[in-house]
Design a protein around this ligand. Structure first.
Ligand SMILES: *Cc1c(COP(=O)(O)O)cnc(C)c1O
Length: 310
């Protein structure tokens, strides 16, 4: 693979506006969704912004032997995005994947197949080994001193800075800003850079009690709160989630995926029903992308003889 030195700005700022679409509700509430999922066909949604400075700054350094290394699960949107970035830039990539059992099965997993086809070197580790990824990072950084090593989910200071680009004059107009929360980088960026009078709500899809502290460390703002939106746990998909996503797509022609955005929107509707938001509130939900995950989710659902995501 050839490294293209002319790519000093690999990830570009969008030339057009990211659409904000209204979703009707049956209460005196204005609900909108900002379509960050449309930003790039392969580096989708919040991952684009989280990688924006990480990757652009690295490319700018023009190191002799560029290499991007990162971590993720079998269906990870982040792994998929990094593989795509590497392919675009001609930078080799390595993905440390949680789950040794996938070693012989990656061809059956659309995310891993895409990563492999994009040239990513997939290294499978046990869940136990994966837990020590900080140690592994130290080791890899010694082994590949010029490599850019990005943590799981891409969350670091540069990622938080990139999320600022999801906010603009149009987003200032809303009382509530909503996003799904995995590792917390996205909500940290929104919380850090939004207007003082805006309230940020994170829809937490993982079971992690330390998240609130981690987010606070990155934003240093107290303008956010987290609402549990696990629906049975990270990566679990309930029939009611599938019904919601399919119904949403049919009504508004907006696709959602079952791990983050589907659960967030479903919970938002529940909160509206429960009158969580005061009358006349204006709510903006960020569609953080991740639609590549639908195919893998459907393969699992098919095996379980369940309804698929349309
Ligand atoms: C990664 C991801 C998130 C979570 O972002 P964090 O910054 O890790 O909290 C939300 N939505 C989608 C679609 C994602 O891929």
């Amino acid at each position: 693979m050839k490294y293209d030195l002319s790519l000093s700005m690999l990830l570009q700022l969008p030339t057009g506006k990211i659409p904000i679409q209204e979703i009707p509700t049956n209460k005196k509430i204005k609900l909108f969704i900002k379509r960050e999922d449309l930003i790039h066909p392969q580096i989708s949604g919040n991952k684009y912004w989280k990688l924006f400075f990480n990757v652009n700054n690295y490319v700018e350094k023009k190191v002799e032997k560029p290499y991007i290394i990162t971590f993720g699960g079998a269906f990870s949107n982040h792994i998929s995005a990094i593989a795509a970035v590497g392919h675009l830039a001609g930078i080799p990539t390595m993905g440390i994947i949680r789950g040794e059992e996938l070693k012989d099965k990656w061809r059956d997993n659309p995310t891993l197949l895409f990563a492999k086809r994009s040239g990513m070197n997939l290294q499978f580790v046990t869940r136990e080994e994966y837990r020590y990824k900080e140690k592994l990072t130290e080791f890899l950084q010694q082994e590949f001193p010029e490599a850019l090593i990005i943590p799981e989910g891409g969350t670091n200071e540069d990622a938080v800075a990139g999320v600022k680009m999801m906010l603009n004059d149009e987003t200032k107009d809303f009382d509530y800003l909503c996003t799904a929360v995995g590792t917390g980088g996205t909500i940290a960026g929104i919380s850090k850079f939004c207007e003082e009078d805006q309230r940020v709500i994170g829809f937490k899809v993982v079971d992690d009690d330390s998240l609130e502290d981690k987010i606070f460390e990155l934003t240093l703002n107290k303008n956010f709160n987290l609402i549990d939106s696990g629906f049975g746990g990270y990566g679990k998909i309930k029939d009611e989630n599938i019904r919601f996503i399919n119904d949403f797509k049919e009504k508004y022609e907006i696709p959602l995926e079952p791990i983050y955005t589907g659960k967030m929107m479903q919970r938002v509707f529940e909160l509206i029903d429960e009158d969580y938001f005061p009358e006349h509130s204006k709510i903006l939900c960020f569609h953080t992308g991740g639609l590549q995950g639908i195919e893998g989710a459907n393969l699992l659902l098919e095996k379980q003889n369940r309804n698929l995501i349309i």
